[in-house]
Design a protein around this ligand. Sequence first.
Ligand SMILES: [Zn+2]
Ligand SMILES: [Zn+2]
Length: 255
Amino acid sequence: MESTAPPCNGLVPVPCLEDLVDRDKTHDCSGFGPSHICVRVDAVAELPTRFGRFRIVAFWNNRDGKEHVALVHGDVMGHEDVPTRLHSECLTGDALGSLRCDCRDQLETALRSLAKMERGLLLYLRQEGRGIGLRNKVRAYQLQDNGLDTVEANRALGFRDDERDYGVAAHMVASLNVKSVRLMTNNPNKIQQLEKNGIKVSGRIPHVMPANEFNRFYLQTKALRSGHYLELEGKELELLPEQDDPPVVETSRAT
Ligand SMILES: [Zn+2]
Ligand SMILES: [Zn+2]
């Protein structure tokens, strides 16, 4: 896999994650990606979660007020092949349990898997509704409620420039002094985009949702759809692929 050199070599290694805050105080580079995004590590704290122990790293960036975070499990700094998942924020799915998408299941599955590994990294990217924001996402939902099909509604959601987001993600990985990542994804394009932004991707981990969780989610969705919640005017709502990452579901165990 070809990868271009990162545009910044001022990210000196430091012994502890917490030391990144001091290191980055004066950091200012020409930026990653077409939008020249530069990020700084702003704060690091413990974050025990229901999925396992993580530390949370908050980033400042020079482009907008978006507060991206990284969840770090184990020791990732200076390491190769760090299992890494990029997750795009979805308030309705992640926090409110919406069944219009499967973002929450994708997020939970990723955090559970990463917490079981020796080390792992999840970048939680604040690009709600594929980058168009929460209000536009709800507008697209409204269009769908009013009869647009999934493709049309997707088009309403789909005017995000992907490049911009991979620049942020790439700089975040570089800031954490992660040497190379094994990307947890079912989307080969994501790997290419990250590599274009100077990150070494040493492999891919299929992002497979366990059968039991999927069954619960799927059955729940079905139950709701066959009721009167998600079926509107005789039209079933379909899941919107907000994560740019087609879900793969484990239907039978290989072992
Ligand atoms: Zn920078
Ligand atoms: Zn979602």
